[in-house]
Design a protein around this ligand. Structure first.
Ligand code: TRP
Length: 346
């Protein structure tokens, strides 16, 4: 059996550089290498509603935005089925049957869920739908018999949950579902890109992002405001490289060829050395980073402009992808119902 790749994002905001380096780049690589039978990318609107149920307009608007983000970075609808989660009602049905296989305390122990509950102040009153979203995510994965899941490391507990459900299901009802494995980006820094302020990871809710749809001016302003070394005041002062977000981002995004192109140095190491001993200003290193990022973002922006001008094309891509996804998920649901012996009229 070949690989079936599936991944997705919650449409709660535009995609940013953290998504790009943490997941989108990996998806493009997988898409272009072609070692797979089927590849799906899901816009997880139903999951987004589990903690945004009171803001449906936001989720609806970002479904379109995230679709355009995908297409702009180069996800190719001829190779990948891009689909909308809520349109595949089979996923909700699977979720209901999987709920029997998971305890409430198991859900409460999920580190990602725990973290989010704290962030959202849900402690006293956790919405049931939110607590159960790892089960729904397990349905997303297993409905497609997906075995390869390119994600960021915050998603590992979800993969674990999915595999537990698969094992329990297969043990009780017979061999039906397939286990999966996560594919994480190679470098540590790509797995968890910190925000522009150096605090935490890049995240919409923390307002420390560079978005794939930001224009050049916005990128410049944001790069110029990045956290460096507060004690590096004069150019001659020795500067700290560690914890300096400009170098952190150069580590994540630049190649030595680009360093040669945009600076007087032959490699990032050389540039870091100069900064450490003193004699290199923050504006200098920020300009290098700005140029490196613009090399990534310019082609994305151009594609975005095309899709923004062709909304009907975007809608058609989503419709086609969703139809394919529905077909696949309904086959799995049929097998699942047969295994649970609730296939009465067949
Ligand atoms: N939880 C993921 C996120 O927050 C989105 C998601 C939903 C997902 N279903 C998925 C990712 C299935 C991978 C596989 O980004």
């Amino acid at each position: 059996m070949g690989n079936i790749i599936l991944t997705g994002d919650r449409p709660t905001g535009n995609l940013h550089l953290g998504h790009y380096i943490g997941s989108l780049k990996n998806r493009l690589k997988l898409q272009n290498e072609g070692h797979y039978d089927e590849m799906y990318v899901m816009i997880a609107d139903a999951q987004a509603l589990t903690d945004n149920f009171d803001n449906p307009k936001k989720i609806r608007d970002y479904v379109k935005e995230v679709a355009i983000d995908y297409l702009s970075v180069g996800i190719d609808p001829n190779k990948v089925n891009i689909f909308i989660q809520s349109e595949v009602s089979e996923l909700t049905e699977l979720t209901f049957y999987y709920m029997n296989l998971v305890t409430v305390s198991r859900l409460q122990r999920n580190p990602t869920v725990k973290n989010e509950i704290k962030q959202k102040d849900f402690d006293a009153s956790i919405p049931t739908g939110f607590l159960c979203y790892p089960i729904s995510q397990s349905a997303d994965i297993t409905a497609f018999k997906a075995n390869v899941i390119p994600v960021g490391d915050d998603q590992l507990p979800m993969i674990e949950q999915a595999n537990e459900i698969v094992r329990t299901f297969n043990r009780i009802y017979g061999e039906t579902l397939v286990e999966c494995k996560a594919i994480l980006p190679e470098k540590e820094i790509q797995r968890r890109l910190p925000g522009l302020d150096g605090n935490n990871k890049m995240s919409k809710s923390l307002g420390n992002c560079i978005y794939l749809c930001d224009d050049s001016e916005a990128v410049k302003t944001k790069v110029m405001s990045m956290y460096t070394d507060p004690n590096h005041i004069k150019i001659e002062d020795p500067g700290k490289v560690e914890g300096n977000m400009v170098f952190t981002y150069l580590d994540a995004f630049s190649s030595d060829d680009q360093i040669k192109k945009y600076s007087e140095f032959n490699s990032l190491e050389e540039m870091k050395n100069k900064y450490s001993i003193g004699g290199l200003g923050d504006v200098y290193i920020k300009k290098v980073l700005y140029n490196v990022l613009e090399e990534i973002l310019t082609p994305i922006r151009e594609k975005r402009r095309y899709y923004e001008e062709h909304p009907e094309e975007v809608l058609n891509i989503l419709k086609n992808g969703t139809n394919k996804a529905k077909e696949k998920a309904s086959n799995t649901l049929r097998e699942v119902k047969k295994a649970i012996m609730i296939d009465y009229f067949n």
